[in-house]
Design a protein around this ligand. Sequence first.
Ligand code: F6P
Length: 340
Amino acid sequence: MRFGLLTGGGDCPGLNAALRAAVYRAERAGHQSVGFLDGWKGVRDGLTRPLQASDVSEALLHGGTILGTSRTNPFRVPADAERVLATIHRLGIDALIAIGGDDTLSAAREFYRRGGRVVGVPKTMDNDVAGTDWTFGFDSASTVAVDALTRLRDTAGSHHRAIVLEVMGRHAGWVALATGLAGGADATLIPEETYDEAELRAKVRRAVERRGFALVVASEGIELSDRKGTAGGKDEFGHELLGERGVGEELARRIEKATGVEARSASIGHIQRGGPPTLFDRILATRLGAKAVDLALTGAFGTVAVLRGAEIIGIPLDEALKAPKTVPIDWRDLLHTFDA
Ligand code: F6P
């Protein structure tokens, strides 16, 4: 068989590990692989690079994606969809492995509905893909965010300040939750919950009274009271570019004004998405990449390799594309146990 591999959507640590695993697994079973450049754009435009085990042997260690990525949606325009199918036919691709989040996987489903032979691998630092317990990229990104909060703790403590750390996560608060929990924040704001100014002020005051400083983690996707809407543009899948709203900065301004506690903010933005994958992400990405090839070899197209408990299994693309997975009540309850 000839496998085509692509990575789409926002990059995250672990993509190269998944590619490496898929290429090794295919090669070991006597099959070839080719990489499509920049996600679905590469399939649409026929942009490829060879992918052999020797090309990916070191990839495990590195963040980003050696194939490049984009947020191209090739099924928006009928002519583009035809170009996708033509490329697959022309290059003799027997099975496509699409590694990505909701958007990349929804394009994979569209491809499958048009007769394409595809298996998905979920990834995203946002951890919001339904049907899988965790996505790779999340552990690495959250580890960076916790490190940032730990550093902010030193400077907040020295200056007796409140510091707000803004983290990514789009409309799911998983990264903020992990950062707040593992980094010991005094308040953590996530998009799943209505944000309350008075409550936040009280938490900041209590933390400052108790130990002289306060740490707040805010997810980029929260709605600030009395300020709605987007300041930035949208991507090809229609998603707002939330980082441009600057909720962390605005929160710090409001905290200082309302409490008199000197406040600062930090936004680690795309720093969260880079760097080598953590142990957890390397192993998860490796298992998923290998499983995707196994699924394709058994003819299980239209599926996604996912983590369920300790097992890696294949589930239908439809199941992984249900509503995005947000933070449920029990996690939120645990999070707020540690609020100031
Ligand atoms: O989907 C992952 C993500 O990192 C989101 O958390 C964030 O809102 C978005 O990507 C940022 O996208 P871009 O890389 O286009 O700025």
